[in-house]
Design a protein around this ligand. Structure first.
Ligand SMILES: [Mn+2]
Length: 353
């Protein structure tokens, strides 16, 4: 039987979550764990913590990861390789063959149907544990434990590991949950509460290795040079808006993460908002936008029709049948003082970035 329950205050609801999860783990013989596409440290760390909880409950879960090693950065592939040695990591194609009589799907670090690579309706029970906003694309017919005030999926899952008295085995796998918290809090700068630090502290006590976690975050030299070259070409406009447009080396493709990193980097300076335009493949350009809060970049990206986001973080994907110059000119037009304010009716779409 499927449930429908949204609890937005995790602190008072951990016991409720524990009870629901216990019941679902007991009433289903087969458990699948999935996180969002292109999983990051938070998605992977949460999956690892959840797998330990399942094992404590005498269930051997299947963790679904579809990403190919060649599409992952070095650190992500290290985590996934470790997971493959320790757990049953499978691909979506294998799900049907592995299904039992009653099948539970545990969705972590996302609540959107389009961000998971399975159809949630194909499972007997679904539980979503997440820290992102919900919208009309949120998975239906599922137990939902979503608290946007918690820093990361790893912080929630750590709270659960703790309450289930599950063990990190091997101990240093606790490092991967610590990496998830470090990533989503931007090194304890963003959304980190005393509870977040409590979770980090327990993870270190359980065996997380901070030196190893720091190594996972070490920048790859070639990658970083590529991003720094973009940053070199920043133009600063009025209102301290930084704009980067990839206008040379058009055969170079950037990943969305590269462009986001460059946009994030610009906020280190006296810059209110940053926009980074680059080519992501043969057919598409992409804009990654970041703001310190004065300028609503979600609103501006929505004007492109193919974009969205929130006040602080947004993006748009644009087919490359228009030129980079045209995109930059359009963006500059949207940034003209007054223009943005006149367009109050623009509906800001939510996009998970
Ligand atoms: Mn997350």
């Amino acid at each position: 039987m499927k449930g429908e329950l949204i609890l937005n205050n995790m602190e008072t609801n951990y016991m409720n979550l524990k009870d629901t999860l216990t019941r679902l783990l007991n009433s289903n013989d087969t458990v699948f764990i999935i996180s969002h596409d292109r999983p990051d440290f938070d998605a992977l760390g949460a999956s690892i913590g959840m797998a330990f909880i399942c094992e404590k409950m005498k269930k051997k879960p299947y963790i679904i990861i579809n990403e190919e090693f060649r599409n992952m950065d070095k650190s992500t592939s290290t985590v996934v390789a470790d997971m493959k040695n320790r757990f049953n990591v499978i691909r979506t194609e294998e799900v049907e063959r592995l299904k039992g009589k009653d099948n539970l799907l545990i969705v972590l670090d996302t609540n959107k149907e389009y961000m998971i690579n399975v159809n949630s309706n194909d499972f007997d029970d679904v539980i979503v544990i997440d820290h992102h906003d919900t919208d009309e694309k949120t998975i239906k017919n599922a137990y939902k434990f979503i608290d946007t005030n918690i820093s990361s999926a790893c912080e929630i899952v750590e709270g659960l590991v703790n309450r289930f008295h599950a063990k990190y085995d091997p101990k240093d796998f606790a490092s991967y949950l610590l990496a998830g918290i470090k990533l989503d809090t931007k090194n304890y700068d963003k959304n980190a509460t005393s509870k977040t630090h409590g979770a980090a502290s327990r993870l270190i006590e359980a065996g997380a290795n901070q030196t190893y976690v720091n190594e996972l975050f070490a920048e790859d030299f070639t990658e970083d040079r590529k991003i720094q070259r973009l940053i070199e070409s920043t133009k600063i406009h009025s209102f301290n808006i930084g704009v980067i447009c990839q206008n040379t080396n058009l055969d170079v493709f950037y990943t969305r993460e590269d462009l986001a990193k460059a946009a994030d980097y610009l906020l280190k300076y006296n810059i209110n908002a940053s926009f980074v335009i680059g080519k992501i493949d043969e057919n598409n350009y992409y804009i990654s936008a970041r703001s310190k809060g004065l300028i609503n970049v979600g609103n501006i990206m929505s004007m492109f029709g193919t974009g969205g986001g929130n006040l602080y973080s947004a993006a748009a994907k644009i087919p490359s049948n228009i030129s980079l110059e045209e995109i930059e000119a359009t963006l500059m037009n949207y940034l003209t003082p007054g223009y943005v304010n006149e367009d109050k009716n623009i509906k800001v779409r939510k996009l998970e970035l």
